[in-house]
Design a protein around this ligand. Sequence first.
Ligand code: DON
Length: 584
Amino acid sequence: MKIKGVCTTLLTYVSLVAVAQAQKISVGAGQTIDPYHYTSFKYGHFKNGVVSCAHPLAAEVGAAILKAGGNAFDAVIATQWALAVVYPEAGNIAGGGFLTGRTSNGKLTTIDFREKAPAKASRDMYLDKNGDPIPRLSLDGQLAVGVPGSVAGLFETAKYGKLPMKTLIQPAIELAEKGFVLTEREAAQLNAAKLSFIRLNGTRKIPFLKSDTSDWKIGDTLIQPDLAKSLERIRDNGAKGFYQGKTAQLIVAEMRRGNGLITNSDLENYKAVERKPLHFTYRGYDIIGFPPPSSGGIILGQMLKMVEPFPLGYMGFHSPQSIHLMTEVERRSYADRAQYLGDPDFWNVPDSMLLSAAYLQNKMSDYDDEKATPSSEIAPGLAKQEEETTHISVSDKWGNMVSVTTTLNNLYGCKTVVAGAGFLLNDEMDDFSMKPGVPNLFGAVGGEANAIAPNKRMLSSMCPTLVLKNGNPYIVVGTPGGTTIPTSVFQNLVNVLDFNMPINEAINASKFHHQWLPDTLYMEKTFDQSVFPRLKAMGYSIALRGSIGKSEIVRYVSDEKSNFDKNYIEAAADIRGDDSVAGY
Ligand code: DON
């Protein structure tokens, strides 16, 4: 498939040469993809439609589906199936996620396919007899697994698409069967998880370990025959091909092999939920965000509304004044996350109050433009490793916009592969508050609102977001990154809307993050440190860390109302990974 021919490329990032003879993957309407030679494009602009996601092959699959006549919803479905194969650290069929969408006729929707606690889950299931958390019990192995939502979510999404699911899933099946070559980064990720894979899967043969357990290298081929069969059962039987029948049996058998709780009825009863999107304005733009059980939309809304009265654009990009203001609104929003947010099916989330002007004004009443406001207490630090989730942004020429963030939680989820089914399970249970005040993997604390209960969805930070300009399609954006997700989306939007940055610069710019507790301002290592003395003088305690987020953004470039033929769609993929755009 000649994606290259239609893409304006600013940066060619990956180009791999196969060690084996490639078999091409067919992707609808006579198109093919070569899983042994592919390139990552960091920016492109296109007439008809574009996908931006974490892996070049998955982006190519999505673009080919657009070219075959599919819309943005079709493309996101095919991209997500493909990511489940080529991006096993986070792309998944046994995780969960959130989708924010706009259809060509202007309907706004959010689809919640977050994992749920199994029916046998209980509030104190990760605590010892003294009431203390048992280390890693909510992160590793079968007990960490929430009832997966991704497959149900993709079938729920399909009602907005045009093409049959069989067409959308077939490229993923072939990628799993025939294999694809690993990038350097993927090889390194697999190697980093090697000891955990061995510890959590015993002597079983799993696709993510070489048979002699030697290290993966760039250019090696990853073939996943059991995963191909699992995907075929979905192709042939729909969502039931996952939640019932052989795959369900294999998941339940995997639960029994460890101390897992998921039963056949948990799987059969899982339903994705279409929810009313969060909708607020920022400087005249409409922002469409994800409501609880993600905290993402509310935190984003609070942060944007709290900076709105200030002339951020004039304060200057990454000036001490703008960093200070943005940090203070981050701090204030995350304090609310801990207190008020949880699964709305179980907990009364006061979302209108949290986004009301009076409430937010009051929250900013103690803002001092010279001094950091101390958080009330110090909590343990943010985990910096093993974070992995993935985001897909897609738009098409009809004005369909789709923003979806999906995850296994941390890198390769609970790192346990379902024997005979070839896919990894999530460790999303760690996103619950296992005990008031005890931080999770991302340092997030919580209490009653996010306590574990049977069939409850754990609170998330994922923040798939859309922006409309004068009511018309404008921006699709999102990112992985645990609790840093809403702050990255916030900074991406402010970079574009206030600092007028090109979209690729906006997402690639260094990021900073504050989440109330711990009372630390995290800055990416790449950050310009000349601002640090001023920030320290204001009272900030600064800690350097690795990447914050890995964003994907799409923007309609149009001066004329809904006239997509005369205009174009641009897209950028983050330089922090193998992320790539593809379109036509
Ligand atoms: O739902 C959440 O907020 C987390 N489970 C997301 C994890 C994540 O983003 C890890 N990645 N980078």
